[in-house]
Write a protein that binds this ligand. Structure first.
Ligand code: ACO
Length: 431
């Protein structure tokens, strides 16, 4: 195969350097600049990583212009229609679809690890009752690193796999615990006869005095949202998990760092922000005023749930979840709740507005996931927690892929320093 290169020239000195082109199976090629500083004396500058591939990965492919999302080559539309969240989890972890028996064995392994230690449950009590569930989740997941010493030798593949299975299995239990604690209700133990999402609904909504009947439409909707959210290549939270993990840190602590990055409203916090925004808009008649605010460059207000860093066409996940959203609203939507009509009108108006059309600002997956969660009776402050449960699969898969790389090194970005030049210390009395 011919070696492709790109030559860069410093116009000031005339000095040139050949950069090797690094090609993947799909997507744009990348220039290998790893020796640029050593051989050419320059760093590259790309705040926000708009043109930087931070790693090679075989897990997820996105073509933002065409609206394509593939997990190990399988289109998200096919997985959402035909697969299940646990099957997708197997695919992301082991790079292939399981056979029936393998899937059953995988589901059984996950079920085996759904419990959390009783002493871990005590950690919740350290939080004040009004703590945001994401705050409790960061703390409780991080504290898993104080347990399970039989799965923290990151150089042992069996340890890595066990840590991954534990993480995926325990997230619903931990998330439901965050919810129950915020309500002051007793924690509900997992039921391993239920599906992954059925069990989550059970732990969130059952009471010791009244068993919750898992509704199949709710279970299916959740399973599908989790498939859509399972991985999304090098987004802020996944990149955070990889960076934390690159230092050899404890796997549970790495996932906790991913949860912190996910929390922000520009990332996973957007589904919560969508509902808060709808609340603020209040009525359909106020929509034009808020659309004007979103367009006003002097106003920090943005339409939450619109736009995406990578998808400059429609977010393929939004197209899938939109249909599910209508199904869920039909079954669970409170016809008297003006919020649902408001959301649908906002979607319609924004999709016809020149500002949004020109900038390719389409509703993203979080616009609809928030509405579905609301219809399912999941409280707004739990929305990002739900996202975190699903994304845990992607985080652990990406973390495992990174640690298994033969030349894995600590991630250490450089900077362009813009502070003071060297200056001498002035003693206090002379200032
Ligand atoms: N409302 C109004 N204007 C917007 C919005 C929005 N939601 N999003 C982008 N724009 C405008 C920007 O002001 C900018 O306009 P300009 O070219 O006139 O300056 C243009 O569209 C491009 O926007 P950028 O900020 O450059 O896009 P970027 O890729 O950096 O940001 C982001 C992407 C963060 C998702 C942004 O669209 C946003 O803040 N959206 C709302 C939050 C949200 O829904 N986040 C969820 C993302 S999906 C996820 O994490 C699963």
């Amino acid at each position: 195969m011919t070696r492709k290169t790109v030559t860069i020239t410093d116009n000031a000195t005339g000095k040139s350097m050949e950069l090797e082109v690094h090609e993947g199976t799909l997507g744009p090629p990348a220039l290998d600049i790893s020796n640029l500083y050593r051989d050419f004396g320059y760093l590259t500058y790309d705040p926000g990583f708009q043109s930087t591939a931070s790693c090679s990965s075989g897990i997820t492919f996105i073509d933002g212009d065409e609206g394509v999302l593939l997990y190990h080559g399988y289109p998200i539309e096919q997985l959402a229609a035909k697969s299940s969240f646990l099957e997708v989890a197997f695919l992301l972890l082991y790079s292939r679809l399981p056979r029936q028996q393998e899937l059953e064995a995988f589901a059984a392994k996950i079920s085996k690890h759904t419990m959390i230690k009783e002493s871990l449950r005590g950690f919740y009590k350290g939080f004040y009752h009004d703590a945001h569930p994401m705050a409790s989740m960061v703390g409780v997941v991080g504290s898993l690193s104080a347990f399970y010493h039989d799965s923290t030798d990151i150089h042992d593949p069996a340890h890595r796999e066990l840590a991954a299975l534990r993480m995926i299995a325990k997230m619903p239990t931990i998330a439901a615990g965050c919810y129950k604690y915020s309500l002051g209700e007793p924690f509900i133990y997992p039921r391993n006869d239920l599906s992954y999402c059925g069990n989550l609904l059970h732990m969130m909504f059952s009471l010791p005095s009244a068993e919750y009947q898992v509704d199949p439409v709710a279970e299916k909707a959740l399973d599908m949202i989790f498939i859509l959210h399972a991985d999304h290549e090098q987004n802020a939270s996944t990149a955070t998990v990889r960076l934390a993990g690159s230092s050899g840190a404890n796997p549970f602590a790495c996932i906790s760092s991913g949860i912190t990055a996910l929390w922000g409203p520009a990332h996973g916090g957007a589904n919560e922000a969508v509902l808060l925004m709808l609340d603020e808009i209040g009525e359909v008649k106020n929509i034009p005023r808020y659309i004007d605010k979103a367009k006003d460059k002097n106003d920090p207000f943005r339409l939450m749930g619109f736009g995406h860093r990578v998808y400059k066409n429609y977010d393929p996940r939004a197209a899938i979840i939109r249909d599910m959203c209508y199904q869920v609203l039909e079954k669970f939507g409170d016809a008297d709740d003006p919020m649902f009509e408001l959301a649908m009108r906002l979607e319609e108006i924004a999709l016809q507005d020149e500002y949004f059309i020109e900038r390719k600002l389409y509703p993203n997956v979080d616009f609809y996931s928030g509405i579905i969660y609301k219809a399912l009776g999941i409280p707004v402050n739990m929305f990002t927690v739900m996202f975190a449960i699903a994304r845990t699969v992607g985080w652990v898969a990406q973390w495992m892929e990174m640690i298994a790389e033969p030349n894995q090194r600590i991630g250490r970005p450089r900077q362009v320093y813009i502070g003071e030049k060297r200056r001498d210390y002035v003693p206090l009395e002379e200032r």
